[in-house]
Design a protein around this ligand. Structure first.
Ligand code: AMP
Length: 137
């Protein structure tokens, strides 16, 4: 079954589209977490980053940069977050890969809480963790 974003690509449901080319579409997120909150989406359905094709992601990220600059110029936020949720545990609700561009006007308008564990730093644990990641590249 087509995802909700494919329905936007196919003009089966409405959206405020701000950019489109052969591979990528971008439109305003319906939730507008902040004014100008935008989603950048590959037209082809990839569930999440673990399935994403690298050629598409290179192009997609160039569109992300272009749109971030356009949002910055036009809406004049004080900053901007880039967010991508992969799998339900990470907050993904639409299982068609997408990147959120979230302009920031105030430090309080969006909350992310990253817990700082640097006080319990154990370099041998981190070294093993880094080796595991490197071995999978
Ligand atoms: P995520 O939770 O990262 O999967 O993000 C999914 C996003 O899609 C949410 O921020 C929703 O507000 C947004 N969304 C869902 N349906 C639509 C729609 N029809 N048009 C625009 N944005 C949508």
């Amino acid at each position: 079954m087509a995802t909700i974003f494919t329905k936007i690509v196919n003009r089966e449901i409405p959206a405020h589209i701000v950019y489109e080319d052969d591979l990528v579409i971008a439109f305003l997120d319906i939730s507008q977490a902040t004014p100008g909150h935008t989603l950048v989406v590959p037209k082809q359905e990839y569930k999440n980053i673990f399935e994403l094709d690298e050629k598409i992601s290179n192009h997609l990220f160039s569109v992300v940069v272009k749109l971030a600059k356009a949002i910055n110029l036009s809406l004049k936020p004080k900053g901007l977050n880039i967010l991508n949720n992969n799998e339900a545990v990470a907050g993904q609700t639409v299982f068609h890969y997408h990147i959120h561009l979230i302009p920031r006007y105030d430090a309080e308008d969006v909350t992310f809480k990253l817990v700082d564990h640097s006080k319990q730093l154990d370099h041998s644990v981190l070294s093993k963790r880094a080796d595991l990641i490197k071995s999978a590249l």
